[in-house]
Design a protein around this ligand. Sequence first.
Ligand SMILES: NC(=O)c1ccc[n+]([C@@H]2O[C@H](COP(=O)([O-])OP(=O)(O)OC[C@H]3O[C@@H](n4cnc5c(N)ncnc54)[C@H](OP(=O)(O)O)[C@@H]3O)[C@@H](O)[C@H]2O)c1
Length: 298
Amino acid sequence: MKILLLGKNGQVGWELQRSLAPLGEVVALDFDSPGPLSADFSRPESLAATVRAIAPQIIVNAAAHTAVDKAESEPDLVRAINATAPGVLAREAAASGAWLMHYSTDYVFDGSGDRPWVEDSPTGPLSVYGRTKLEGEQAIRASGCRHLIFRTSWVYAVRGGNFAKTMLKLAAERDRLTVIDDQIGAPTGADLLADLTAHALRSAQTRPELAGTYHAVASGETSWHGYARHVIGVARAAGRPVKVAEHAIEPVPTSAFPTPARRPHNSRLDTRKLQHTFGLSLPPWQAGVDRLLAEVLT
Ligand SMILES: NC(=O)c1ccc[n+]([C@@H]2O[C@H](COP(=O)([O-])OP(=O)(O)OC[C@H]3O[C@@H](n4cnc5c(N)ncnc54)[C@H](OP(=O)(O)O)[C@@H]3O)[C@@H](O)[C@H]2O)c1
């Protein structure tokens, strides 16, 4: 089986290089990969020739424009990367009979209420990023290709920067921290997503009826404030330098940190469909974050 992995150096793409390896031959590209084959999503039509040249049975798209605030000022580029390019991949997948694996986001919802969103809850993106990710989903569904779309949230990875690393740094430097407590979601490891992807793709090869959209996040929920407290608590218990006292990690509303893009308050995603369909169970968000911290704090 040949698998084309796009966006191989992103948080999820990097972990997919590992998790997809047992499924077959993985051809992994990023937009600056050397050679004649383009994997530049800002030139969507160029992707068609790449898919045809590689002729994969599975296309896994981990590339995206994920800079949510920057996206507000470059909507055309974001639309090309997050919507038009996945549409081209979907068209090629439909023509060749390949599967398309794609990732989307809690930002397709408007964040109202306090109940977890299910897969067919009404969408209402608040930002350019959310709108273009939704358009990408719609283009994939409209193509008729066999696909899996995993909507996820608050992704972190050991590689590169992340919220936990930022909190560890600030906690060592400052005696007071303010962290948003009115956005609720589930921090989700790129490693978990990559493992879920491999399991789901393997099942789907023999059961095409499993195609569709699924919510894929770690279990449980927290706010950014709860996430920060957890991270700093683990660091303190591990004897790491922590200047900020626990009571000095202050909860603040989103309005305390004005940003160009609006973010949903309620990012809870109901994952029962994924768990039941694929026979998978999702670990509590703390398990993945503790594993991240075990690596970061050594
Ligand atoms: N991160 C989150 O919190 C989050 C939450 C919900 C859903 N998601 C979704 O999960 C998926 C994976 O996200 P991630 O966290 O792994 O994102 P990421 O770390 O930002 O990775 C995205 C990858 O896409 C690449 N890319 C950017 N512009 C490109 C272009 N023009 N052509 C080709 N590749 C390009 C990036 O390269 P550079 O790094 O060099 O720009 C990067 O390697 C995405 O679909 C994202 O929308 C992420």
